[in-house]
Design a protein around this ligand. Structure first.
Ligand code: SF4
Length: 186
């Protein structure tokens, strides 16, 4: 994928997800050493101290989570602009995943449940956040609804060995064959 003697630049980021897919990435353990021989991580919310919305130009982007709010949407567009190859990483990014269950309720119902009815809340005036919380879009959507995706890598989270295999195949420019069953870590 990269030119001779040039390491591939990788970024990871998350949209509407739970960060479990990023934990699966950390779980590739010693395979990370093989990855690091061929690639440099340029940006990642778990591997590096970076500003979330400052996306560098990279060869490969792994994107966890789907599109639930305006910030997710803007970030997806930014990643597509900066990355040559975009991987929808995990079931939320590929299909909407467990976050998609929210599509069974209206946005108003979700906000009321989260900020007013939730037993752990103390919110007697029933105030809903109007600032500093990105506005919901109409529903949870997979990444491919908003940008072109080059590879779908489902799993909740994806199995670490499959993540390692997929990333190494990409870095080496080898064909990638994903299993058709048992893609999840647990
Ligand atoms: Fe979390 Fe599963 Fe979604 Fe990954 S696919 S972000 S592990 S809920």
């Amino acid at each position: 994928m990269a030119e001779e003697s040039q390491k591939v630049k990788i970024l990871t980021t998350w949209l509407s997800g739970c960060s479990g897919c990023h934990l699966a990435l950390a779980d590739i353990n010693e395979a990370l050493i093989d990855v690091m021989e061929l690639a440099d991580f340029e940006h990642s919310p778990v591997l590096m101290d970076v500003k979330y919305d400052e996306i560098p130009e990279v060869n490969v982007a792994l994107v966890e989570g789907g599109i639930r709010n305006e910030e997710n949407h803007e970030m997806a567009l930014k990643v597509r602009e900066k990355a040559d190859f975009v991987i929808a990483y995990g079931t939320c990014a590929v299909y909407g995943g467990i976050q998609g269950l929210g599509n069974l309720s209206t946005n108003e119902e979700l906000l009321t449940e989260a900020y007013i009815n939730c037993p752990s809340n103390i919110n007697p005036e029933g105030i809903l956040p109007s600032e500093e919380v990105p506005p919901f879009e109409s529903r949870m959507r997979p990444l491919s609804d908003v940008i072109d995706v080059d590879l779908n890598l489902p799993g909740c989270p994806p199995r670490s060995d499959i993540v390692a295999q997929a990333v190494m195949s990409l870095l080496k420019g080898e064909p990638l064959e994903l299993p058709t069953t048992n893609l999840c870590e647990v």
